[in-house]
Design a protein around this ligand. Structure first.
Ligand code: GLC
Length: 748
């Protein structure tokens, strides 16, 4: 009896202490926290925690509001009440997050606030183009604004943390998650990763209209073997460092507060158990000071990888590798206390993981006010505002890539008498928001048909679906052909369903689904002028379309404002400026195919048998990295260099004059590539090292300049040191990765 009384008094004292320390922290002015002040506040809480409460902070479970992985654990509310979980994902809404937060604050001894995370990848309610599509805009400002708006909407619904940006470089379009990233190039992907982190976190992550970013999936997930999701990854240290690491590092250098581990193994070591990646590189080399969360059940998956024999070993390997938070496997919750008792895990390791997590909660202001993000007022005010939809339409238009436009069929005349809009994507809304569309409501997206009807209300618009997206039902093709025959021009909308890319959506073929190919060929038979509008989440081998259809627009999945954005381009209210962030192969057999390959010792020579080639396919892609046409034409003058030689501490300017030689005002994305023809290591035949968007009126010229110095020229040399080497450097500037003007200089 006596001990209960004492315990009750102790708890009361604890609560009043906690109340006092939280109160103390709460009454601190909401000024940006200095490092030592922040650490002191974190330790003031850590020092009060039992081991069980510490383990609770290392555990993340999903609510049952949305499902983004194999299974859901129903006991998450009990876990919250018993301080067995410190973070919840897939829960949003002012009321629901407040309900869950109150559950934590009112029922737990120390009342440590929960952090709420969700996959806000390309918008929350206002859905923006899928990330690969946005990458085609090469517009860093627009991309940052897209993430900024996503953060404003998501935080207005009680969210603190997004599982984005996805920074996985990939050269394999068989891999469905290519849709979530920024394509094949480390330089472009790095710039975009920074823009997205800045957009999500804003200038001050303490503000309630921001989200903590999460750099994922660290590391090299995009190189999954054979493009099959979750598969093994094997690569050299050089390839890891040069191709796959830069976007993760750029995002972390931009201040991202969290990192997510990837499902794959790297050279046989599952990433979630890799101390090399999670501590030696991430912490020791890069100085990352936030927290690391696993991907969905990744700790449990160490059993399947075959590097852990049981729950204890899996948890032991992960925590000792430097993984702070366990998403959904529950293995930390089950095993860590025992592991400490068995001295297999030092409590100091647990403490550091807890510090990393509590620090982010303090930085988000959750200890000052755990309910500060759960605001019904903001929830009403901040969702799908007109200016958000305008921003979505702006970046959507900029994401569209004009792949082909024979005889200038596009832009269509707004006084065309009759236009037929045909195909499974003509009047589709569901697919337009793509995968990972969070809380997006597809019924609010603008279909292509709606966008066209709105744009040209006086034109006679006909519609026929023609086919499903997949399947073998051919009965609708006949009606579509008849509809096409009545029109002056046909807009034919074909592509992939949203579920055909994204997670667990690898494909062994990259063709248009067969039934749609039949539809395209049947409409082509009518002889009518055709504009193909592609909606897809990856490069497709649309060789037949490229050979037979005069105009082709790559529109990806453009999100809520799809129809308006495409109509803006089709009718010339926006001159397309997008450029491909990824190579389009002619054949799956060419994969991996990317612009920055090495020359080999036997580069292809059509006049010699014994050179690097295929017997049954060209080496060339269908469309090169950086490809994208305009309704106007641009010409590039010669590249001029400010110096003929520099040393490694100097820079030079590479300039080129670009002229709009056509009849439309337009925006050109000029690209800078470099090549080191002789070095201690065989170098890629070219590497993107800069790009600039240039707006030009007809007949207008502008001279642009790129600075070239150490940052553009350094690479991992033969001994893996990072630096430059003397010798000739070739500089190429152009409209894509193939058509460039070049010059050379000497690096002393
Ligand atoms: C998924 C994805 C990851 C996502 C996480 C939470 O399996 O791999 O990108 O953030 O689970 O939904």
């Amino acid at each position: 009896m006596q001990s209960d009384k004492i315990n009750a008094m102790k708890n009361k004292l604890f609560l009043s202490l906690i109340g006092a320390s939280l109160l103390l922290s709460a009454c601190q002015p909401n000024k940006p926290q200095q490092k030592n002040d922040l650490e002191a506040r974190v330790d003031s809480v850590l020092n009060l925690m039992t081991l069980e409460e510490k383990v609770g902070q290392l555990t993340l479970f999903t609510s049952d509001m949305d499902q983004t992985g194999a299974f859901i654990r129903k006991e998450y509310e009990n876990d919250i009440k018993q301080a067995k979980v410190g973070a919840i994902f897939n829960a949003y809404g002012a009321d629901y997050t407040r309900y869950l937060q109150e559950m934590a604050i009112k029922n737990t001894r120390l009342r440590i606030p929960l952090i709420f995370g969700y996959d806000v990848v390309h918008g929350h309610r206002t859905i923006f183009p899928v990330p690969l599509g946005e990458a085609a805009s090469w517009d860093l400002e627009a991309i940052e604004k897209s993430a900024r708006i996503a953060a404003i909407e998501a935080s207005a619904e009680g969210l603190h943390w997004t599982f984005a940006p996805m920074c996985d470089v990939t050269r394999d379009p068989r891999w469905g998650r290519i849709v979530e990233g920024a394509g094949e190039d480390p330089f472009l992907a790095s710039k975009i990763a920074v823009a997205r982190v800045n957009g999500f976190q804003g200038d001050d992550v303490y503000q309630t209209n921001t989200l903590a970013a999460c750099v994922k999936h660290f590391a090299a997930y995009g190189a999954s073997q054979a493009g099959r999701d979750y598969h093994a990854v094997d690569m050299s240290e050089r390839m890891l460092r040069e191709t796959y690491m830069p976007p993760y590092k750029a995002a972390i250098d931009a201040g991202a507060l969290t990192v997510m581990t990837s499902f794959n193994d790297l050279n046989g070591i599952p990433v979630t158990a890799s101390r090399y990646l999670m501590t030696e590189i991430l912490r020791d080399e890069w100085g990352f000071s936030g927290f690391v969360v696993t991907d969905y059940t990744s700790i449990m998956e160490l059993l399947y990888h075959g590097v852990a024999g049981d729950t204890l070993e899996a948890a032991e390997k992960s925590i000792n590798a430097g993984v702070d938070m366990d998403m959904q496997s529950g293995f930390y919750q089950t095993a860590l206390v025992s592991l400490v008792e068995q001295k297999r895990v030092d409590v100091a390791v647990i403490d550091q993981a807890v510090r990393n997590i509590l620090k982010v909660k303090f930085q988000l202001g959750l200890f000052d006010d755990p309910f500060r993000y759960s605001s019904n007022e903001r929830e009403k005010q901040e969702i799908m505002k007109p200016e958000f939809l305008d921003a979505a339409r702006d970046v959507a238009r900029k994401s569209i890539v004009l792949l082909k436009n024979e005889n200038q069929l596009l832009p269509l005349d707004k006084n065309t008498k009759t236009i037929a809009v045909i195909g499974p994507f003509a009047d589709n809304q569901r697919e337009l928001i793509g995968s990972w569309s969070a809380a997006g409501d597809w019924s609010k997206s603008v279909s292509l048909l709606e966008g066209i009807r709105t744009k040209v209300p006086n034109v006679n618009i006909l519609h026929a679906m023609g086919s499903e997206i997949t399947g073998d039902e051919t009965s609708m093709i006949k009606e579509a052909v008849a509809t096409a025959r009545k029109a002056d021009v046909v807009i034919l909308a074909v592509g992939e369903a949203a579920w055909m890319s994204g997670e667990a959506a690898s494909r062994t073929k990259l063709d248009l689904p067969e039934i749609q190919q039949q539809l395209v060929e049947a409409i082509h038979e009518t002889g009518k002028p055709i504009v193909v509008v592609l909606m897809n989440g990856r490069p497709l081998t649309i060789n037949w379309i490229d050979e037979n259809i005069p105009s082709v627009l790559e529109t990806w999945f453009l999100g809520t404002t799809t129809g308006h954005a495409i109509a803006d381009v089709i009718f010339g209210d926006y001159n397309p400026s997008g450029k491909l962030p990824v190579t389009f192969p002619r054949s799956v057999g060419q994969i991996p195919i990317h612009y920055d390959m090495r020359n080999t010792g036997r580069p292809f020579n059509p006049d010699s048998k014994f050179t690097s080639k295929y017997l049954d396919e060209s080496n060339d892609p269908l469309y090169v990295f950086g490809h994208g046409l305009s309704y106007t034409t641009f010409s590039y003058g010669p590249v001029t260099l400010s110096n003929q030689s520099i040393n490694e501490n100097e820079t030079l300017e590479a300039s080129v004059t670009i002229t709009n030689t056509g009849n439309y005002a337009g925006t050109e994305i000029a690209q800078l590539y470099i090549h080191d023809p002789v070095a201690s290591v065989a170098r890629p035949v070219k590497e993107l090292k800069g790009f600039k968007k240039v707006e030009l009126m007809p007949n207008e010229s502008k001279t642009i300049a790129f600075t070239i110095g150490f940052d553009e020229l350094a690479f991992y040399r033969e001994n893996m040191s990072f630096g430059v080497e003397a010798g000739q450097i070739n500089v190429m500037i152009g409209t894509n990765s193939r058509d460039t003007q070049s010059a050379s200089f000497m690096l002393e």
